[in-house]
Design a protein around this ligand. Sequence first.
Ligand code: FDA
Length: 307
Amino acid sequence: MLGPVILAASRSDRMRRLVSAAPVTKQVVDRFIPGEDVDDIVPVVRELADHGLELTMDVVGEDITNPAQAAAARDAYLELVDRLKPLELGTRAEMSVKLSMFGQALEGGHELALSNVRPVVEAAAEIGTTVTLDAEDHTTLDSMFAIHEELRKDFPQTGCVIQAYLFRTEADARRLAASGSRVRLVKGAYKEPASVAYQDKHETDRAYVRILRTLMAGEGYPMIGSHDPRLIAIGQELAHQAGRKLDEYEFQMLYGIRTDEHLRLAAEGHRMRVYTAYGTDWYGYFMRRLAEKPANLRFFARSMLTK
Ligand code: FDA
């Protein structure tokens, strides 16, 4: 029951001010967001890569209000690409972007987001890596998929995310699997109405398995974005049934969540990619992590009370 309340709070400016100003927030935030700028994050990239892990890097900050902020977001990613270049990790360090941060919700947002994301995808390709478009709330997805299709004309490796809780996703998965795309499947992290999304966790889990089966049987590259032990085991089994080799799909998890499992899967020879977010505008990302697991909220509340 707490999850939807926290997700509603994630859209509130008043809560944003309260949570961001709390003195203990930072130590809890650090668990999920290991740095505020690119200088903090380069050593983290090196360390994870040294442990045999791959990365997808996210510069946090989806709540922008003007085109200058969207351009600044683009520049932050371009700086990241510059800093990744000497590490020579290629696709072992790719990027995840939220199109809202590139201006998608502003006036003329579809074109603006496309024009801001394209240079990032080009720069990524120049250093031998790629970009995945994150999935945000359901109202943004037609635009996201259209931008994905457009980018793939020149950069076929550009990936996208689909969310198992949405009714539309089984059809999206069939289309993307047939087109040979890189697709990250997640359960979904936004508060969505019953008209578009399953409200019951078990229904979402069952949809996840159906969709993953479609992706595994298709022409594309499935990326299993989940920490759920049951879905990870099912993912391995479906990959095996589809005759996929270890480099023909991958697992993805968030930085700071089930770290032992990251290392276990990598040690078994799986491609294991850690979604690593950094930046100062962490509120929305952090609140979604709290909503996913109420125990995080209890930990957060306790640390506020004991200070
Ligand atoms: P579930 O929530 O059932 O969790 C399974 C277990 O994992 C829990 O029992 C717990 O042990 C652990 N766990 C999960 N979340 C935790 C947390 N926050 N803190 C501590 N432990 C936790 N969503 C979206 O809408 N758009 C997107 O683009 C993305 N991108 C994305 C990338 C990657 C790599 C991942 C892993 C996830 C996303 N998500 C996302 C988030 C996703 O939709 C979903 O909210 C979370 O992954 C939680 O769902 P699980 O599949 O992990 O299962």
